[in-house]
Design a protein around this ligand. Structure first.
Ligand code: M6R
Length: 357
């Protein structure tokens, strides 16, 4: 039930801090240490390469999850769009493990790939929000998101839950392999939950950003480098599916290879700057688009900010910034859709779970 909330989407955005805390609790052992079923950790350790298969927002979570797994557990990861994988299968490694990420666990495109890889004799893990869902039943292993039902078509709390579960999977696998993890993930996810609360309390600010940048525009761009690029892809998907504004996410460095031609007077460019090592270069990209008339909106992280930034998110561990930086983008999309009188929870032409090919 959405209670006093006008829309499920807003309620689900607000639930994110609580979901974070629930996930940590659900994946802790008696001593408070993060724990994953030992069969799953063994399957991860045995794999020489991991293939993540997903669609839409879950695919975007997979892109970030690749960073977690490669940086912490040091296992190579490929992330594939499920609808492409079947007829465009890459050369597989000798000992692959497949990870299916799906909020609903019912996405037809992903189910088809699961059937295919099972026929080939490979092991599969499903990360889903729905216990007993088809993908969960048909895979060898399941990890649950514990996010509670997600009703709005636009996925919000499932995305951040997917990121948290992927981070936990990466950390526990890293420890299982014997790689040192030089931070305390339980503590860092606690910091994330607190930062999420602060952002959810700042709704007026995001409403005003949406009003300022997105009320009249026909298009919008999201730019970032590294992990921020992947969050930009998710920001663009969120905005287009509920507000019908044509939105695209780009890697900052790729702009000059074509997209910059689209920049006109007033084009909104939302730039994410949460990563120290690319802070100067993404700001360089902002200057390039501003010089061509764009209306830049920089969202940075505390410690990396400058006077020109429109919003500064609280500081969290550099690997976990997507869990935080996506929230302004979710809220900006929500308000943009609202200001444009769109049906926020049930956008046109879309269904919550896509059970057809
Ligand atoms: O249930 P799934 O995670 O498999 O769904 C995948 C996509 O259909 C889904 O993420 C879709 O892109 C959302 N509407 C995005 O908000």
């Amino acid at each position: 039930e959405k209670g006093t909330y006008p829309h499920y989407m807003l309620k689900e955005i607000d639930e994110q801090p609580l979901v974070m805390r629930k996930i940590v609790q659900n994946y802790q052992d008696g001593e408070g240490e993060l724990e994953i079923d030992s069969d799953i950790v063994k399957a991860m350790k045995d794999a020489d390469r991991i293939y993540v298969i997903a669609a839409g927002t879950s695919y975007h979570a997979g892109l970030v999850g690749k960073q977690f797994i490669e940086k912490l557990a040091k296992i190579p990861v490929e992330v594939h769009i499920s609808s492409e994988f079947g007829y465009n299968m890459p050369l597989l490694s000798e000992k692959p493990l497949f990870i299916f990420i799906s909020q609903s666990g019912e996405t037809a495109d992903s189910r088809q790939v699961l059937v295919q890889v099972k026929e080939m004799g490979y092991k599969a893990l499903t990360i889903t929000n729905v216990p007993g869902s088809t993908l969960s039943r048909e895979a060898d292993y399941t990890l649950l998101l514990h996010a509670g039902p997600e009703i709005a078509v636009a996925s919000t709390k499932a995305y951040t839950a997917q990121l948290a579960v992927l981070a936990i999977l990466a950390e526990v696998t890293a420890r299982g392999i014997g790689h040192e993890v030089d931070f305390d993930l339980v503590q860092e996810l606690g910091i994330v939950a607190t930062a999420m609360e602060a952002l959810c309390d700042d709704k007026e600010e995001f409403e005003s950003i949406a009003r300022e940048y997105l009320t009249v525009t026909r298009n919008a761009f999201f730019i970032g480098r590294g992990i921020d690029f992947y969050v930009g892809l998710e920001g663009a998907l969120k905005l287009k599916e509920i507000s019908y504004i044509q939105a695209e996410g780009f890697a900052g460095g790729e702009l000059k290879h074509g997209t910059i031609a689209l920049i006109e007077e007033g084009t909104p460019v939302i730039a994410l700057a949460t990563q120290d090592f690319v802070n100067l270069s993404i700001r360089g990209n902002v200057k390039e688009v501003a010089a061509r008339g764009a209306n830049p909106c920089i969202i940075s992280m505390s410690g990396l900010e400058t006077d020109e930034d429109r919003f500064v998110i609280p500081e969290v561990h550099s690997l976990l910034t997507p869990l935080i930086s996506v929230i302004p983008l979710q809220l900006i999309s929500y308000y943009a859709a609202l200001h444009r009188d769109c049906d926020v929870d049930k956008p046109r032409n879309l269904a919550k779970s896509v059970t057809v090919e």
